[in-house]
Design a protein around this ligand. Sequence first.
Ligand code: GAR
Length: 221
Amino acid sequence: MRVGVLCSGRGSNLRAILEARGRGEIPGAEFVCIVSDVAGAGCLDIAGAHGVASAVVPSRDFRGDRPGFERRLLETLASFGAELTVLAGFQRVLGKAFLGGFPGRVMNIHPALLPSFPGHEVWGRETAHGVKLAGATVHFVDEGVDSGPIICQGAVPVLDTDDADALSARILTVEHRIYPAAVAWVTSGRVRLQGRRVALDGFAPSGEAAAARLVWPPLDA
Ligand code: GAR
């Protein structure tokens, strides 16, 4: 499957995905382009270092014209023949104009356990609320904000001493583990959408065995 990645910033998730590809862990994907909406963003250097073509579609050139911005993104991805779009730290909300061109084929990672804490700057809200588990969610993108069907979630504990920076760093480590895996599942055809629920072919776990590992603080604390 030909994959285009949209980024806005430093690109650490992009790097994790391309490193996983380099280790042969995403055999179903060919990464055809990285598109940044911010000129000079770190993600463009990462694309270059991994030998992937890149392009810039500056969102600042499209102020007040979101459909025009989205059409230009679509044209750019189409020019590389992308079949799946992976959002990796892309900081723009995409609407109908874009999603219509990739129906059911846009993935995103969000640094919270959705549907809790959608939107921007989640870490301070999580520490202020006092949640004990935080984490990251890989999901398909629909027209809402961080509201599409969930493919995978990874949890991390929140420590009493955490501030937003400490928590975001811990969540990022789980992002770098789950996003490459989820991209591998989707691009190898293992993921099936059943309404809002996403099933992973070939995986039939025991819920009881998994549950004990997902408690924080641990019950023997
Ligand atoms: C990541 O934490 C990602 O989950 C988040 O932006 C960061 C990008 O970091 N994404 C969003 O907030 C999406 N709205 P990266 O550029 O180092 O991958």
